[in-house]
Structures are given as structure tokens and as C-alpha cells.
Write a protein that binds this ligand. Structure first.
Ligand code: NAP
Length: 304
């Protein structure tokens, strides 16, 4: 049986990696975004979402679209809540109506207001410190209130060979600057969007297997919130050192500094490590170590 899967925000970092991994699938993928080059779909428009789902007999939506500019979210106004909270609610509504699955991506920035030094579990209370994290938390809550089949994947420090991200910025800076200061007092785990896409494919395959056995109205037993990043822990300083090393940018003198040397509108979590036990046990996946994935991404970037 062929399942139809609609991907939103296909022109973003994660959306582009989804296009790569979906090439190995026998299912039908429809890649959508608000820009040219894709099927046009603005996910803030509920009727447009419903139409796309109905016309294409969509049974699963992977939501890669979001407002992702953390600092600009502070002053951007209503659009941030609309895109990060109301739009996921639209997608959940559309999937509820056809008994499909919504795979939605959220963020470690739903945490950060409380001080802690152990990896965050899925049930930990959300304590966002800014508009981006707050609106992403609202998006999760709206999906959960819809009682559809859903998998919410919280991820962190996302990078890929596509779009703008920390890895690409640091590749450029370490190649062109004689010295650089990077914060060492914020710790987390990078996530290669290709690895996240592979995890999403595993979830879709699992859902399809269960759905094929039980057609009609049913509840996906693995519905819930999961954490996904690469394995390991590092600071932004350590991350930058590895980026420079893998790229061969040895001339740049990279030094650690404190966050207060780079004031920003939003306070970043000082310890933002996600506990991934639940996704590994539920879906039986093995997650690559962060430096292995970083090396792979930099190799792929060299080929572009
Ligand atoms: N980036 C990170 O470090 C990070 C960390 C943790 C979690 N996440 C989460 O991971 C997910 C993927 O992030 P990403 O970095 O891949 O995002 P991204 O690169 O910013 O891509 C988002 C895509 O959504 C599109 N979009 C904007 N408004 C839309 C609308 N109304 N309808 C449909 N599409 C729309 C964007 O188009 P335009 O570019 O034209 O606006 C863009 O192509 C997001 O949910 C994000 O919150 C990201």
C-alpha cells in the first residue's frame, strides 16, 4: 500500500533533508512551502491545508515549517504565534479529520527558564524564556488538545548543508577571521537535520505498518512527545573547534568566552541537553554521535 505524506516548509533545513531521505521511500511525498519551486501551501490557512489533504488523500503530515528566528520573534508580533501555534493546530485538525498522523517538530527552547544540570525528559515542565519557545510550546499544547494521532519531536541546535545555520556561519568565520570568541557557558547537543529526517522516516514506517494492520479509525499507540538530537554534549565553543578542525581552518585562534559578552534579546538555556531514551526505546533507533554527523555534513558541504 502506498501512503501519501505531505511535508511542509520543504525549503528549510529539515525540509531539504527530508527530500533527500524520501528518495529511498516507496511512498508518495508531496513537498510544500510558501516559496516558488514547491507545491504552494501556507500552513496558517486552514482551508488551504484541508484542501491539500483532501485532494491528495494525505495520511501523514511532516511539519518542517516554523518561525525559527529566535531573536526576531521578540518583536515580530502576531505572525510568530500564528505560524508556531495556530498553524500546527490547523495541521492537527486536518489529520484528525482523516485519521492521519501529524509529525511535528518542536524545540529545546520550550525549556530554559529553570536551572538544571541533567538531561531534560519529555514530561519536564515547559519554562520558555522568549517568544519563540513560548509559541512553540503553545503549538505542542494545541496539537495535544486536538487528540489526533501525533508525534512531537523536540530537537536542538539544528544544522544541515541547506539554509542558514551555526555550522555554515562558523565555517565562514573560521576561514576568514584570525581570531574568534565563542561562548562556552551554554551547553547542548547539535542535531544534523539528516539524522532527524532518518528518525522521522522510521516513525512514518512504523505508523504505516500499524495503520496497514488496522485501517479505519484508530489511535496510534506511540502518539506522544519525544526528544531527538545527536548523541553527546558540547558547548558552542567546543562545537566551533570541531567545525574548524574538520574544515581544516587551523589558522583561526578560537577562544572561549561568557554569554554576557554577546548580549541578545532572548536568554538562551545554559544547559539544554535532551534525554533521548524514550525515542531510542520506542522506535529502536541508534543515534549517531555529534562529531560523526558533523564530519559527514562538512564533507557533503564540500561536494555542493
Ligand atoms: N534551526 C534550529 O536550530 C532549530 C532548533 C530546534 C528546533 N527547530 C525546529 O525544527 C523545525 C525545522 O527548522 P528549520 O531550521 O529546518 O527551519 P527553517 O530552515 O527556518 O525552515 C522553515 C521553512 O518554513 C517555511 N515557512 C515559513 N512560513 C510558512 C508558512 N506560513 N507556511 C509554510 N511554510 C512556511 C519557511 O519559508 P521562508 O524561509 O520563506 O520563510 C522555510 O522554508 C522547526 O519546527 C524549528 O522550530 C529548529
Amino acid at each position: 500500500m502506498i501512503m501519501v505524506i505531505l511535508v511542509t516548509g520543504a525549503n528549510g533545513q529539515l525540509g531539504n533533508e527530508m527530500q533527500i531521505v524520501a528518495k529511498q521511500s516507496s511512498d508518495k511525498y508531496i513537498f510544500t512551502d510558501v516559496c516558488d519551486g514547491y507545491e504552494k501551501l501556507d500552513i496558517t490557512d486552514l482551508e488551504a491545508v484541508r484542501k491539500a489533504v483532501k485532494e491528495n488523500a494525505v495520511k501523514c503530515i511532516v511539519n518542517c515549517a516554523a518561525w525559527t528566528n529566535v531573536d526576531a520573534a521578540e518583536t515580530a508580533g502576531e505572525i510568530v504565534e500564528k505560524l508556531n501555534a495556530t498553524a500546527p493546530e490547523n495541521l492537527a485538525k486536518a489529520m484528525k479529520e482523516v485519521n492521519g498522523l501529524l509529525v511535528h517538530v518542536s524545540t529545546d527552547y520550550v525549556f530554559g527558564g529553570d536551572l538544571y544540570n541533567t538531561p531534560c525528559k519529555e514530561g519536564q515542565k515547559g519554562t520558555p524564556t522568549g517568544v519563540y519557545g513560548l509559541t512553540k510550546l503553545h503549538g505542542e499544547q494545541k496539537i495535544q488538545a486536538m487528540c489526533c494521532n501525533y508525534v512531537i519531536l523536540r530537537t536542538a541546535w539544528l544544522y544541515s548543508e541547506f539554509g542558514k545555520n551555526f555550522v555554515k556561519t562558523m565555517l565562514n568565520l573560521t576561514a576568514t577571521k584570525p581570531q574568534l570568541k565563542v561562548v562556552f557557558d551554554q551547553v547542548g547537543t547539535p542535531t544534523y537535520a539528516l539524522d532527524l529526517s532518518n528518525a522521522i522516516m522510521t516513525i512514518i514506517e512504523d505508523y504505516k505498518k500499524e495503520w496497514t494492520l488496522k485501517p479505519g479509525t484508530w489511535n496510534y499507540p506511540k502518539t506522544g512527545v519525544y526528544h531527538f538530537s545527536n548523541e553527546g554534549v558540547c558547548s558552542w565553543f567546543d562545537f566551533t573547534k570541531m567545525i574548524a578542525e574538520f574544515a581544516g581552518n587551523t589558522a583561526c585562534n578560537i577562544q572561549p568566552c561568557h554569554s554576557d559578552e554577546f548580549p541578545s534579546p532572548v536568554k538562551r538555556p545554559s544547559y539544554s541537553v535532551l534525554d533521548k531514551t524514550k525515542i531510542k526505546e520506542t522506535y529502536g533507533i541508534t543515534i549517531p554521535y555529534w562529531t560523526d554527523s558533523l564530519r559527514l555534513c562538512i564533507e557533503r558541504l564540500k561536494c555542493l
